[in-house]
Design a protein around this ligand. Structure first.
Ligand code: 13P
Ligand code: SF4
Length: 305
């Protein structure tokens, strides 16, 4: 079977089996093409909450599939590639944060959605990269413990100067690996290009950017801009998607290190195998985890909506 035939089979099977396919924007183009919803973490969690199909197939990483299960515990939720974790989400566990909280008893605990479901149960509110600033501004408490990403946290702290934001030493190894020198080099090489970066990049890289935003934020900015050339400072798939959407514009990749192995774990064949019952992993969470984490995600949707 070639790619187009496989895509046709997948479209047929998902209808027959009442499956809704969600794909994060970091997924390969051939997967985004057969998805019912694509977007950043925030959009996918809102989309997941409204799905009416009996099964959700999440083409993304584990914390995203867990978010779907938390929002729709009665549905069958499948993660497309069982190995697709997230290095940032795996950095801090529930017990560690319970210990840290003891040092900051008067702080509201804000968890990036890139965390495990178990960790969310001991936090107050979730944020995504596109909703973090709005949500933190909407929190009454001045004292915030922001976990786990210190780069996103630093970006939020800069936008919310009246908040007292405590950061921990976590982050995305893919984005945090990009250096200021790489950003300077790319800007010198492409002087007419605008630099668009994800807030998971280091503050000194963000400081050189013309725009800082989530994956959807970067896509929307580039599509609606009058400029013709862009350097994309997030997972390389976004530059590829944008090149299809805007063939008259030129998209450069900030660094070839910007490849997330977890997002690359899913192939179109995996999607097909999930629909034929031969692949993927069904996500199961106990009731207490669903209830505890749901409180955090509902608060995100309430404050970020
Ligand atoms: P978004 O919130 O922009 O979708 O980012 C998710 C992510 O994992 C970035 O590395
Ligand atoms: Fe996690 Fe980083 Fe991959 Fe995003 S790019 S899924 S934060 S490891």
């Amino acid at each position: 079977m070639n790619i187009a035939q496989l895509q046709q089979e997948i479209i047929k099977l998902k209808k027959e089996k009442d499956v809704c396919i969600l794909a994060h924007s970091y997924q390969a183009r051939e997967i985004c093409e057969i998805a019912d919803f694509t977007g950043d973490s925030y959009k996918l969690s809102v989309d997941a909450a409204g799905v009416t199909n009996s099964t959700i197939l999440m083409c993304g990483v584990r914390f995203m599939a867990e978010t779907c299960k938390i929002l729709s515990p009665e549905k069958t939720v499948i993660l497309s590639a069982p190995s697709a974790g997230c290095d940032m989400a795996d950095q801090m566990d529930r017990d560690y944060i319970c210990e840290v909280k003891k040092q900051y008893p008067d702080h509201t605990v804000v968890a990036y959605i890139n965390t495990t479901a178990a960790l969310k149960t001991v936090c107050d509110v979730c944020v995504t990269s596109s909703s973090a600033v709005k949500i933190v501004k909407g929190i009454e408490n001045k004292n915030i413990l922001f976990i786990p990403d210190c780069n996103l946290g630093a970006h939020v702290a800069q936008q919310c100067p009246d908040k007292n934001i405590k950061l921990l030493n976590g982050g995305c190894p893919v984005h945090a690996n990009v250096t200021k020198e790489e950003a300077e080099r790319a800007k010198a090489l492409y002087p007419n290009a605008e630099l668009l970066v994800h807030p998971e990049c280091k503050p000194e890289v963000c400081a050189l950017a013309d725009y800082i935003g989530s994956t959807s934020g970067i896509i929307n900015y580039a599509v609606s801009s009058d400029k013709k050339e862009f350097i994309i400072g997030t997972e390389i798939s976004i530059a590829e998607h944008l090149q299809y959407v805007c063939p008259d514009k030129t998209f450069r990749v900030l660094s070839l290190k910007l490849i997330c192995p977890h997002m690359k774990a899913t192939t179109l064949v995996d999607v097909y195998n999930c629909l034929t019952g031969k692949g993927g992993e069904e996500i199961t969470l106990d009731d207490a985890t669903v209830e505890g984490a749901r409180r955090c995600i509902d608060e995100m949707i309430r404050l970020g909506g």
